[in-house]
Design a protein around this ligand. Structure first.
Ligand code: RNT
Ligand code: ZN
Length: 419
């Protein structure tokens, strides 16, 4: 389709939406204000650069698609290219193991200076940065335990690591003038049924209390805690359960991180958002796609993705929510994985904005469930794809699947030369 044809199609779509009281220009404008946080770890299969350990902690990457980033420069090169395929502005979500330094530094001794190059690059590209302590893939993980370990030396190592990370997050926020979300996820748990369910949680609470004593400015940094139901090899007990972290975050008024893959397959984070935000000031999402378990598949355009987006938009919760992506697939081109996942998140948000929400709420409150079902079903086939393409065109990035040819070129010219 030519740009002229797309513009004409957009005018038609705009009219169709206007008939139900929806302003497409406004929806595009609202979408352009959201900064999705891109998970850096899709670029290199969660390896990082610090100690190049293979991934462990109940999470797994499968596949060996050629061309993964081996250095911080290669990762930035891939991201620079990625941003030419995506409309709007972004944040990059870094893990501690992505430190860009020649020093051999232990996780508990990390400092802001080890991330200076990331900050300089983020400034140049107008990106925000988010952060995560890396409490996995390390010989310091003791029998699967970190912050809730019964071994005091282990526990203190990980407390020191998280404290170091809070300082780095504060530095990111201050330097970039955008709040950094620092998210704590730990793999701690048991393969088999424990005797003591309580003590690890008491230790985790104490560890978090110590971590939160780190001085940081709430303008620069938001601390989040990520719960999980179970992981591979950690099937019977997870210290950091949903109840544990919702309670902890509520008590300390920090953020909960809801990961779409961390609950029972019949339990959905889209339905948790409105509850959690009643009691905590802000929220972090890890938008992922579980396939029967926390498999971290690339985000596709599923009903749950749409439900996540609509629960944020319908209730005006976008401003208090940080939308991060969390997937890692090494069986396909990694840049395509990022592009597909991010564009799907954007499309779901756009579709959520293209809805006559107030009218639908009125209908619902009147008890007219027939109209509610009729209208929401009709809306599913409204031409939101044309609105999305028009937004991409306006932003000067590829429309439709035109990005794929560019990824193929990049694969040929850059990625294939890495092996
Ligand atoms: C693991 C958590 C966690 C990680 C990333 C790499 O189950 O989802 O968020 O995926 O930190
Ligand atoms: Zn996650």
């Amino acid at each position: 389709m030519t740009n002229e044809e797309l513009k004409a199609a957009y005018q038609w779509a705009k009219k169709k939406y206007a008939e139900i009281g929806v302003d497409t220009d406004k929806a595009i404008d609202q979408l352009s204000k959201i900064r999705i946080s891109i998970n850096c770890w899709q670029g290199d299969d969660v390896e990082g650069f610090l100690n190049k350990q293979s991934l462990s902690g109940g999470i797994q990457v499968t596949g060996n698609y050629p061309g993964k980033a081996r250095t911080p420069d290669e990762l930035r090169q891939d991201l620079d290219f990625l941003f030419t395929l995506l409309p709007g502005k972004y944040k990059l979500n870094l893990h501690a193991i992505y430190a860009d330094t020649d020093e051999k530094v232990s996780l508990d001794k990390l400092e802001p200076r080890h991330f200076e190059k990331w900050v300089a690059w983020a400034k140049e590209k107008d990106l925000g940065l988010d952060f995560n302590p890396t409490c996995f893939s390390s010989p310091m993980v003791n029998n699967g335990f970190t912050l809730s370990s019964a071994d005091e030396k282990t526990r203190h190592f990980w407390i020191d690591h998280c404290k170091a990370c809070l300082k780095i997050g504060d530095y990111f926020g201050k330097e970039l003038g955008q709040k950094c979300v620092t998210n704590i996820w730990i793999p701690d748990g048991y393969k088999d049924t424990p005797v003591d369910y309580l003590a690890p949680r008491q230790r985790l609470e104490d560890s978090l209390d110590q971590i939160l004593e780190t001085p940081y400015d709430k303008k620069n940094e938001l601390v989040a805690v990520e719960a999980k139901f179970f992981g591979i090899g950690v099937e019977s007990y997870t210290t950091g359960s949903n109840e544990f972290y919702v309670g902890y975050a509520t008590k300390h008024q920090i953020a909960v991180c809801l990961d779409a893959g961390h609950y029972h397959p019949n339990e959905f984070i889209s339905d948790k958002i409105s509850s959690v935000l009643l009691y905590t000031p802000e929220l972090l999402l890890h938008v992922s796609r579980p396939v029967n378990w926390d498999s971290d598949h690339v985000v596709t355009f599923t009903d749950e993705l749409q439900n996540i987006a609509t629960s944020l938009v319908r209730n005006n919760l976008i401003e208090r929510t940080h939308i991060g992506l969390d997937f890692f697939d090494a069986t396909i081109n990694r840049i395509a994985a990022w592009t597909i996942g991010t564009r799907n998140m954007l499309k779901a948000l756009l579709k959520a904005y293209l809805e006559p929400t107030e009218e639908l709420k009125e209908v619902e409150n009147k008890g007219d469930f027939t109209t509610r079902l009729a209208v929401t079903e009709e809306l599913k086939s409204y031409p939101f794809g044309i609105v999305f393409d028009y937004y991409c065109m306006k932003q000067g990035v590829p429309t439709g699947d035109a990005w794929l040819a560019k990824v193929r070129d990049y694969e040929k010219n850059v990625l294939s030369k890495r092996n």
